[in-house]
Ligand binder design. Structure first.
Ligand code: HMN
Length: 291
């Protein structure tokens, strides 16, 4: 199966008491299914996965798969710092209608590269589904070289890479050296540049509120319209700058609530609460139809 395309990294709506709000979750999944995107990347950083228990992460995967329409490609993020926990999540995702799994490189404890390769093989085996390796040096703290990324892409069962890095030279090298693999751009603020460097699609949090713009950026690049792609990326980045200022996850939830797609904007502590100043910035962008 070809996984290339654009995917929204899903959010997990919470009630004020930090329990998962099922109605909001279903509503957001339906909204994303009607956005023209190719699929959903479920249970990743944007979903506050590392603030949730393993049971909650499995429940979120279940609820999303139930609410999603059949035309969406579903990727389950099962990454964790523990191989054992990742295997539990992978086994659960393996039994659900997900087309692939993905896992961020384990963080916090230093892991030798051989152990990292074994981690991915074990998780792939537990799921019995194709794996998308998730490289995110800034948060995961693991700075993989191009050669190491190539080695990970050559593990049995690895079909793709989610490259959340602003290193566009590495993006070009990895896509050139692995033409048969899918490589996703992971930072929305450089989608146009990532696609020019060779990415075959993107996965991002801000796609939840600017799906059409991301689709248009990809279309502009694929039709050799660099000027149009730059203009659209600049529009996108005005919004992304405001979200980064507010805190990306709380900011996205705030916008989705203002637009009536979810009713509860709460995040898991200790994530930020959006300040009045940032609310005003986001409100102005909503009023100006930027999102
Ligand atoms: C996920 O794991 O949920 C996402 O795929 C992560 C995604 O790459 C986002 N990265 C982070 O949140 C760190 C981006 O969409 C990011 O939010 C966006 O580029 C704004 O910086």
């Amino acid at each position: 199966m070809n996984f290339s395309g654009l995917y929204a990294a899903t959010l997990t709506p919470f009630n004020l008491d930090e329990t998962i709000n099922h109605d909001d979750l279903a509503s957001l999944v339906k909204f994303n299914c009607e956005s023209g995107l190719d699929g959903l990347y479920v249970g990743g950083s944007t979903a506050e996965a590392f603030l949730c228990s393993t049971e909650e992460r499995i429940q979120t995967l279940e609820l999303t798969a139930e609410a999603a329409t059949a035309d969406m490609t579903l990727i389950a993020h099962v990454g964790d710092i523990s191989t054992k926990k990742s295997e539990i999540l992978a086994r659960a995702a393996g039994a659900m209608p997900y087309q692939a799994i993905s896992a961020v490189t384990p963080f916090y404890y230093p892991v030798a590269f051989n152990e990292l390769k074994k981690h991915y093989s074990d998780v792939i085996q537990a799921a019995g589904k194709p794996m998308i390796v998730y490289n995110f040096p800034a948060f995961a703290g693991m700075n993989l070289s191009g050669e190491q990324i190539n080695e990970l892409l050559n593990i049995d069962g690895v079909v793709a890479l989610k490259q959340t890095s602003a290193n566009l030279y590495q993006m070009e090298q990895v896509t050139r050296q692995n033409p048969e693999k899918t490589v996703f751009n992971g930072f929305d603020e450089i989608l146009a540049s990532g696609l020019v460097a060779g990415a075959n699609g993107g996965i991002g949090s801000t796609y939840n509120i600017q799906a059409q713009r991301m689709i248009d950026i990809q279309a502009a690049i694929f039709t050799n319209n660099a000027q149009q792609a730059t203009a659209l990326q600049r529009e996108a980045n005005v919004l992304i700058d405001a979200l980064v200022g507010a805190g990306v996850i709380p900011g996205l939830k705030y916008v989705l609530k203002q637009k009536g797609i979810i009713q509860n904007e709460h995040c898991r502590r200790p994530l930020n609460v959006v300040t009045d100043e940032h609310k005003a910035t986001l409100n102005a962008l909503i009023e100006a139809n930027v999102c």
